[in-house]
Design a protein around this ligand. Structure first.
Ligand code: NAD
Length: 421
């Protein structure tokens, strides 16, 4: 089994700021607003001890960044990964600000991360790490202040531990402090699937715009976790052929397609997609260039760069992941008439249903899956249509169009609030 690590050599924060600068230039934002929106409002770094199973003590480093709170409390996931850096978390927090604004939900952008390979920790160690990290960042999180959610290598169990830890501190049960919780703790129907479901709604809209029939499309998916595996399952249900998928251990390929549900069962048993019967192994780099109609990056940042963008064959690139494409790659894809559904639009279904979960928790009133998906569909379709209109009107690519919509909304909120004191 080939193990590949795609270490992001490109700095995600640099990418995020360049994407913002481009939109600010198009919008002719004032220099003062540019300076304010270009930087995060708060960056918290914590070093905290955790007792390991063998009795030793290890010190871990984690971050919580709040980029902009102009439109509401900060919202964004917590990532556990050995390559987490403060710059990466800053970029992810800034992207959350724009994402919430694109879909018009009343949150600002936040993000968190801990430098750890969670696969090397026992469940008890992971719980200890999570509870201590939650305690360290509890000085800035809260249902009215900053509401974390799952991201890479965190899940509903992680959120349950954070919710319980925060509730123990304040002395009452506080479900609205995190989203992506298990349903019995005040989680929302549809939250687990929301990122992928929202992405598939945008793919449907893009296919309609481009005159493509999803039932005839071949799909490749990079990353087989919450976003990627569920996106593959939903595209399969649309009638598309899933021809290649990957995870951190490698990629599998079969030109006439396979059942992604069986691949998930295989991965759950073998902890890898590689070796799934009837498929050929390929590298993650090859997967990005495979002959397909729709490519769904659903892993990490900086996967499509100037080095490989020219060889991407897919007509639609649907960014379920955050930051998978660099600005140089964007230009190449646009020149090659590729239709990119940018991350801040494509994967906004996750934060949208997180918003629904927060509203339900605060109201103590819970919705059916049909209600959740109908509201999600309506928000995603509206955001897609506004982005496409902007892109056609301003003759810019879909990313710059989405940024222009989002940055303008945040700039308006910031201006009308005024500069304190
Ligand atoms: P996850 O931990 O559930 O899954 C990540 C997957 O990516 C795993 O299958 C992992 O093996 C794979 N992976 C890791 N490194 C890889 C590499 N180098 N090459 C190929 N695959 C690799 O995480 P997730 O929640 O699905 O998040 C994936 C992406 O989606 C991230 O960019 C995240 O920020 C974004 N996202 C997630 C949500 C959410 O609600 N979970 C919402 C919006 C955006």
């Amino acid at each position: 089994m080939a193990t590949q690590q795609i270490a992001p050599a490109i700095n995600a924060w640099d990418v995020a700021q360049r994407q913002f600068d481009l939109a600010a230039e198009h919008l002719k934002l004032s220099p003062g607003l540019r300076r304010v929106l270009r930087e995060p409002k708060r960056e918290l770094t914590v070093h905290f001890p955790v007792k390991m199973d063998d009795g030793s003590v290890r010190v871990f480093t984690g971050y919580r960044v709040q980029h902009n709170l102009g439109r509401g409390p900060a919202k964004g996931g917590i990532r556990y990964h050995q390559d987490v850096t403060l710059d990466e978390v800053k970029a992810l927090a800034m992207w959350m600000t724009w994402k919430c604004a694109v879909v018009g939900i009343p949150f600002g952008g936040g993000k968190g991360g801990v430098i750890v390979d969670p696969k090397k920790l026992s469940q008890r160690e992971l719980e200890g790490l999570t509870r201590r990290f939650a305690t360290e960042i509890s000085i800035i999180i809260g249902p009215e202040k900053d509401i974390p959610a799952p991201d890479v290598n965190t899940n509903s169990q992680t959120m349950a531990w954070i919710m319980d830890t925060y509730s123990m501190h304040v002395g009452y049960t506080c479900p609205a402090v995190v989203t992506g919780k298990p349903i019995p703790l005040g989680g929302s129907e549809g939250r687990n699937e929301a990122t992928a479901q929202g992405a598939v709604y945008t793919i449907q809209d893009a296919a309609r715009h481009l005159g493509m029939d999803l039932a005839k499309c071949r799909v490749a998916v990079q990353g087989y976790g919450n976003a990627g595996a569920i996106a593959a399952q939903l595209m399969f249900a649309e009638g598309s052929k899933i021809i290649a998928v990957s995870d951190s251990t490698g990629a599998i390929y079969k030109p006439d397609g396979f059942d992604p549900n069986s691949v998930l069962a295989w991965k759950q048993e073998h902890h890898t997609v590689v070796g799934f019967p009837g498929t050929k192994e390929m590298s993650n780099a090859e997967l990005l260039e495979v002959d397909c109609d729709i490519l769904i990056p659903a892993a990490l940042e900086n996967q499509i760069t100037a080095a490989n963008a020219g060889r991407v064959k897919a007509r639609i690139i649907a960014e379920a992941a955050n930051g998978p494409t660099t600005p140089e790659a964007d230009e190449i894809l646009y020149k090659n008439a590729k239709f990119v559904i940018p991350d801040i639009l494509c994967n906004a279904g996750g934060v949208t249903v997180s918003y629904f979960e927060w509203v339900q928790d605060l109201d103590r009133d819970f919705w059916s899956i049909e209600q959740v998906n109908a509201k999600l569909r309506s928000i995603m379709t509206k955001a897609f249509a506004s982005t496409l209109d902007m892109s056609l009107k301003e003759r810019v690519n879909m990313r710059t169009a989405a940024y222009m919509l989002a940055v303008q909304r945040v700039a308006d909120a910031t201006s009308v609030r005024g500069l304190y004191p």
